[in-house]
Design a protein. Structure first.
Length: 254
């Protein structure tokens, strides 16, 4: 197993476990992550997901290069099928997941590892973590969605500096440009991720899901279309127990 799932109360932690390969994302690992996310979504006892890497050196150093090379050597169609479609499926799944996904970046987040961070709604990094877009050194652009998500998150010029140079940035810089929410000492990373999850799951799951979907689906739309998305998700939760219970508590009603 290259992905381990450990549940603690309402939180499940998915650990990429290829420490000997710096948790590089070979195809079975990507497929295992997708399957683990499917199980987490279907399990009502899971309210939040943390994704991290085994060991302390890397969250994920990116795509598994030998696997990637074999696909590229097989031609364009195979490369698109094996690499791009699979990578897009993973990052889109994380981005659109109806429960909060928090990435706990415990080391290098390069290439596909960085693209997982970009796709996740929330991320916390250890102080020694580093982020890079080294695909250009292999002769191609980011294939897991990074050429599109990173500029939307950190701005065109900051993103292009990372994408065109391939140079890594430290965790503090990643926080400064908004790629991660916070930076903590390595020993405090698991607790910080759990604390962030706890601050979210205390709220109604219907409200959490509506907030995630409204932001994710509206962020790249013109403002009027985005407001329509917001209105639709507000309307969807009006008849739910979460709204009734929240109003009752605020108003002091029995």
């Amino acid at each position: 197993m290259t992905v381990h799932a450990d549940q603690d109360d309402l939180l499940v932690t998915l650990t990429i476990d290829r420490e000997h390969k710096l948790n590089a994302l070979d195809y079975p690992t990507i497929d295992a992550l997708l399957a683990a996310l499917d199980r987490a979504e279907a399990d009502d006892s899971v309210r939040a997901v943390v994704v991290t890497g085994a060991g302390g050196r890397a969250f994920s150093a990116g795509a598994d290069i030998p696997s990637l090379a074999r696909s590229i050597e097989g031609g364009t169609e195979r490369a698109l099928r094996d690499i791009v479609r699979r990578g897009h499926a993973l990052t889109r799944r994380i981005e659109e997941f109806p429960k909060p996904v928090i990435v706990a970046v415990n080391g290098l987040a390069y290439g596909g590892g960085c693209e997982i961070v970009e796709a996740a709604p929330l991320a916390i990094a250890a102080e020694h973590a580093a982020f890079a877009k080294p695909e250009i050194t292999l002769g191609f652009p980011p294939p897991f969605g990074g050429s599109q998500r990173l500029p939307r998150h950190v701005g065109r010029k900051r993103a292009l500096e990372m994408i065109l140079t391939g140079d890594p940035i430290p965790a503090a810089r990643a926080a400064e440009i908004g790629l991660v929410n916070a930076v903590v000492p390595a020993g405090e990373l698991p607790a910080a991720a759990r604390d962030l999850a706890a601050r979210i799951v205390r709220h109604a799951p219907t409200a959490v899901a509506a907030c995630l979907r409204a932001v994710t689906r509206g962020i790249n739309l013109p403002i009027e279309e985005g407001l329509a998305v917001e209105a639709a998700w507000f309307g969807a939760v009006v008849p739910t127990d979460g709204v009734r219970d929240g109003l009752r508590r605020f108003l002091g009603r029995p």
